[in-house]
Design a protein around this ligand. Structure first.
Ligand code: COA
Ligand code: ZN
Length: 323
């Protein structure tokens, strides 16, 4: 681990960071072109809901992810709100140069726990992807940017099956050595269960990774995402990814369905007494907006049921006119 970049002080233990991935992970797999102004509106609604970390887009090859080919147009338009960070996903130096030109200030690099997945996703082995990430992480550090590193397929791979925690942890350690502020373990295809979250967190801690440099990224493909969040909280992790409206999926991860919905996560955290700074009704407004933009009903649990007011027993946050 790089002693020059100590982890941030881990002071408030009952505060959870919700890292919104809707505009990037949520939209990257959508085939119908979404206008840049609609992406911007989605982000504006997320900011209004109190989200402070919003992964806005990616500077990858437009041939690989056509939906996000407008990253260079979107980033300069992002609302400059106090304390809001807009990381962008970057695969290589070319992507970082584009991100820098657009005015980005935070970056996420990505690799995975299995070679089979990285080869399908980005045409590289894990080792090669780390070589590609190294100058990106270094340059972003020189620019003073916040830096995250994703370890995808940390719970299971669509091409090779079960993944040992040690594989994911080894990759995470490499990313931290390269200088990322945080590693995010991704359950890209939504196969993980709480026992795996406990095992992976334990393995990471045993390898020297501080808890406040770990984030989790769950997909709700098999309905285990919130149970996995609970296991992460139990293990001491305090950062979780989610997507307002439950959009999401990776074109190179067959079977990947939506991310954990931000509205489902916010309801769960509120009802469990965690502080996070995000307003459920605001998230529901963003979720409804993106569902309407995509021409689909809002299918998430809390998107349909609304929140719940424990003082009156009534649902909250449902659109007017719905019983
Ligand atoms: N931004 C824009 N264009 C880029 C780029 C970037 N960051 N990186 C590469 N390109 C372009 C090259 O200029 C080249 O264009 P050309 O065909 O017009 O000459 C083309 O993409 C291929 O470049 P190459 O360096 O050979 O890369 P590749 O074809 O091996 O692709 C990646 C590697 C990583 C760039 C590509 O696989 C990618 O962007 N994948 C992203 C996958 C993703 O986002 N998945 C979801 C997130 S988990
Ligand atoms: Zn994802």
């Amino acid at each position: 681990m790089d002693p020059a970049s100590p982890p941030p002080p881990d002071t408030v233990r009952d505060t959870v960071r919700i890292y919104e991935v809707g505009p990037r992970d949520g939209l990257q797999n959508e085939s119908v072109p979404i206008p840049t102004v609609a992406k911007l509106r989605y982000v504006e609604l997320l900011v209004a809901a109190g989200l402070r970390e919003i992964e806005a887009t990616s500077f990858v090859s437009p041939a690989a992810i056509p939906q996000l080919a407008d990253a260079g147009e979107l980033v300069p338009l992002l609302p400059a709100a106090d304390g809001v960070r807009y990381p962008v996903l970057v695969p290589n130096e070319r992507g970082l140069a584009r991100a820098e030109a657009a005015g980005a200030r935070a970056v996420a690099v990505f690799t995975a726990a299995t070679d089979a997945f990285t080869e399908r996703n980005i045409g590289m082995t894990i080792a090669r992807s780390l070589e590609a990430a190294a100058p990106v992480i270094r340059r972003a550090g020189d620019l003073g940017w916040w830096r995250r590193g994703y370890v995808s397929t940390a719970f299971g791979c669509p091409y090779t099956g079960a993944v040992e925690p040690s594989l994911a942890v080894d990759v995470a350690i490499r990313l931290l050595e390269l200088g990322v502020d945080e590693v995010c373990f991704g359950d890209t295809i939504g196969v993980g269960v709480p026992g795996q979250v406990a095992a992976l967190t334990g393995a990471a801690r045993a390898a020297g990774v501080p808890l406040d440099r770990i984030a989790y990224h769950f997909h709700d493909t098999r309905g285990t995402a919130l149970a996995n969040v609970a296991a992460g909280l139990d293990a001491g992790v305090r950062c979780f990814d989610a997507s307002a409206g439950g959009t999401g999926g990776c074109p190179y991860a067959p079977g990947a369905a939506g991310n954990l919905a931000t509205e489902d996560l916010v309801y769960f955290l509120d009802a469990s007494g965690w502080t996070h700074g995000v307003d459920l009704e605001g998230v529901l407004a963003a979720a409804r907006f993106i569902a309407a933009t995509l021409g689909r009903p809002l299918a998430t649990k809390v998107g349909q049921a609304g929140g719940w007011d424990p003082t009156s027993g009534a649902p909250t946050g449902r659109p007017a006119g719905r019983a």
